[in-house]
Design a protein around this ligand. Structure first.
Ligand SMILES: C[S@@+](CC[C@H](N)C(=O)[O-])C[C@H]1O[C@@H](n2cnc3c(N)ncnc32)[C@H](O)[C@@H]1O
Length: 294
């Protein structure tokens, strides 16, 4: 195992831009452990991709990954997307779900991707880099949702002035942003997607626990920000506690289904919850058993 530190800041970017929100780069020092990718394992991965029809088709259609086909199948069955919707895509990188969301919400849709890793958003989307488990990152997303036009404008302005700013200046801006980050809920999101998962460790218990943490925190955020009637699609790594997550979903949404799309590899324990028809007045406090660890 090799350990590397990454400086994670809350940065909104559009296309090839990489802009700070105003001057708010909140440096959250995050240590990410990475398993060394050996030559043999990367060769096996390349071979598998080559013989995989979804990977081939994704390449042909200009989609950033084969994962797009999972969301396309889910949308075909559950009719999640409509023109003009606001969509949040948690764990968006490399961005094929975001591409599907942009395409299916035209015209006038708005798609925001969040990922802990740096990645340029697909055309038509905006992205923020940060650890979604951080309350500061969640506050930044809520700030965006409360006034997306303003934040996008500031992102462009911030990009123009960023190069002139010193580290010290962004430190004081950070304090201002922390103080002004809104805590209020904003019911403006139509669809919340979460495909978040780091590389699995091979330890089924640990991978399941990590996945439940991510899913519960994503659901808490969805309860705060989804409109009544909104939809939540969430990847999870199956295991003993997924029935608790399902129970929470059932208390907050009219319909909840487990899905294993054809493009999801048979040997993988990943599945998806598709929850549609968010009930009115279902907030975190009324839907017990949340992650709440953020
Ligand atoms: C399977 S990939 C998503 C693929 C994506 N849906 C697509 O179609 O291209 C999972 C992503 O979740 C991200 N992720 C995992 N944990 C995260 C966290 N705590 N905050 C933000 N992103 C996270 C990973 O960095 C990774 O890019």
């Amino acid at each position: 195992m090799s350990t590397r530190s990454l400086q994670i800041g809350l940065r909104f970017s559009r296309g090839i831009f990489c802009s700070y929100v105003g001057s708010s780069c909140w440096p959250l020092q995050t240590t990410i452990k990475r398993t060394k990718v050996t030559k043999a394992s990367s060769k096996r991965w390349v071979q598998r991709q080559g013989s995989d029809m979804y990977a081939r088709e994704a390449k042909e259609q200009g989609l950033r990954s084969r994962a797009a086909f999972k969301l396309l199948e889910i949308d075909q069955s559950h009719k999640i997307f409509k023109a003009g919707q606001t969509v949040i895509d948690l764990g968006f990188a490399p961005g094929s779900w975001t591409q599907v969301a942009v395409d299916h919400t035209r015209p006038n849709g708005r798609v925001l991707g969040i990922d802990i890793l740096p990645a340029a958003p697909p055309k038509g989307a905006i992205a923020v880099q940060g650890d979604f488990m951080s309350p500061l990152v969640q506050a930044g997303i809520k700030e965006y949702l409360e006034n997306p036009d303003e934040v996008e404008k500031r992102a462009v302005e911030g990009d123009q002035t960023k190069q002139q700013e010193s580290g010290q200046e962004s430190g004081s801006a950070r304090t201002r942003e922390k103080q002004s980050a809104p805590a209020s809920a904003v019911d403006t999101v139509d669809v919340m997607l979460s495909d978040m998962l780091m590389n699995t460790s091979g330890n089924a218990f640990r991978d399941h626990a990590t996945s439940m943490d991510l899913s519960n925190v994503a659901l808490d955020f969805a309860l705060d920000t989804l409109r009544p009637g909104g939809s939540f699609v969430c990847k999870f790594y199956a295991g003993g506690e997924d029935s608790l997550l399902e129970r929470r979903l059932r208390s907050a949404f009219d319909r909840v289904k487990r899905e294993k799309p054809a493009a999801s590899r048979g040997e993988s324990r990943e599945q998806y919850f598709v929850a549609t028809g968010k009930k009115k007045r279902r907030k975190v406090e009324s839907v017990k058993g949340g992650g709440g660890r953020g």
